[in-house]
Ligand binder design. Structure first.
Ligand code: ASP
Length: 415
């Protein structure tokens, strides 16, 4: 029997085919009936792949964090890991926001365009407004919930919180709870085994999702907002290809090549699905099995990062706020840019890892400095395309974080 190419090669071939077919459909090359049935098939296969990933997501996140926290404490490196993780998350998001601002000032996307040129798009738009205090209150209330409700409804942030409590309680309880700990550890291993099976569908699933993404683009809008799209995508890629790998290399000595080789399955899945949460099973698999981060560190840093650490989203919100200000003909002063800095960080932290959710916190960012929220109507149609790179960079940040935290924690324990 002829040997199949490696999974990575299959995934790359699938992605190339997805883009090519999507482009052909977008150009109207195919007969309408064929196009309709191709889109139908792509929707079914794409959704199936996403649903399979979501199927393991909740038990995997829960079991990963419980075992991660329980084992961290066992190594007496808990404190160091907490501090290193949160410092890394905040520092890299701050760098991303500064880069977003820098690019918006340097390349000035939006210059020559005016909000009234998009009157049709913005006329009927009603922003789902939520003042900042309400947003913070809602975020805090979402943290502590009935665990059964959170698990049943897939509320990842609440699941992370309850899993951290349970992990700590298991350690505090000591040997008495060894069986529960082993049980949850084995549940996590089983979930990762299932992810390995699901990944065999990835070439088809990713092809189907890419086909829909490319076929659904509106070339007219892409052309008029092309400069903004290029600036945001280029800057996000700069953060992902230069800044994060440089930090990783300086802190751990891991070369960018080695990193990207180990991380590519997760990066591609994030790019295509635009969801850090849906990608989480793949991210964990890459971090543990390809990048060789110890289970207890990966199990703690990666799921937490998937909900809290979003460099791509933070960068986007900063750049897009300045873009909208330029469209509206407003020059933002330094104080307003400070406000945007903090609100963009908060928005990125509070955003769950699902497609286009950055748009919700974008409303918050605009409101915080009095920019017209109706401008979201212009950003929304191009968001699907911008969400690809920003989600990939969000996920990359979690894997880089796990490697760096492992290095820092290792120093303390002699590991
Ligand atoms: N789609 C992004 C993610 O899942 C969040 C966003 O919309 O910025 O990481």
């Amino acid at each position: 029997m002829p040997r199949l190419p490696s999974l990575n090669t299959q995934i790359l071939i699938g992605c190339a085919l997805g883009v090519a077919c999507g482009w052909a459909l977008q150009q109207g090359v195919a007969d309408p009936a064929v196009a309709a049935s191709t889109m139908y098939g792509a929707r079914i296969v794409g959704n199936l792949f996403l649903d399979l990933l979501r199927m393991v997501l909740v038990p995997l996140v829960f079991a990963s964090i419980v075992t991660g926290v329980a084992n961290l404490r066992a190594h007496e490196s808990m404190h160091r890991v907490w501090v290193a993780t949160l410092t890394f998350f905040f520092a890299t998001m701050a760098i991303a926001i500064v880069i977003g601002f820098g690019a918006a000032h340097l390349f000035r996307p939006g210059e020559g365009l005016h909000l009234d040129m998009f009157a049709d798009a913005t006329r009927d738009y009603q922003a789902r407004q939520m003042p900042l205090p309400d947003y913070i209150a809602q975020f805090l209330r979402g943290l502590f919930q009935n665990p059964f409700k959170a698990l049943a409804q897939g509320e990842i942030l609440a699941i992370v919180v309850i899993a951290i409590f349970l992990g700590i309680a298991l350690v505090a309880g000591g040997e008495r709870y060894r069986n529960i700990r082993t049980l949850i550890e084995e549940l996590q291993e089983l979930c990762l085994r299932i992810v390995g099976w699901i990944m065999h569908l990835a070439p088809f699933g990713l092809a189907a999702l890419l086909l829909q993404l490319v076929a659904g683009q509106n070339p007219g809008l892409l052309a008029s907002l092309g400069h903004f799209i290029v600036v945001v995508t280029g800057t996000t890629l700069f953060h992902g290809i230069v800044v994060l790998p440089a930090i990783l290399w300086i802190m751990t000595g891991v070369s960018p090549l080695r990193f990207f080789k180990g991380a590519r399955e997760a990066l591609l899945t994030a790019f295509v699905t635009s969801s850090s949460a849906a990608t989480l099973p793949v991210t964990l698999r890459c971090t543990e099995q390809h990048l060789h981060v110890k289970k207890d560190i990966a199990n703690f840093v990666v799921p937490l990062g998937a909900t809290v650490n979003m460099d791509g989203t933070a960068l986007y919100e900063a750049a897009a706020a300045l873009f909208v200000a330029r469209l509206a003909g407003i020059e933002l002063d330094l104080a307003s840019q400070f406000v945007i800095f903090f609100v963009a960080m908060l928005g990125a932290i509070g955003a769950p890892g699902i497609p286009s959710v950055g748009m919700l916190s974008m409303v918050l960012v605009l409101e915080s400095v009095g920019l017209p929220t109706a401008a979201i109507a212009i950003l929304l149609p191009i968001d699907r395309i911008l969400d690809t790179t920003r989600t990939a960079v969000n996920v990359e940040g979690d894997m880089v974080g796990a490697l760096i935290v492992q290095k820092i924690a290792g120093k303390g324990t002699g590991a």
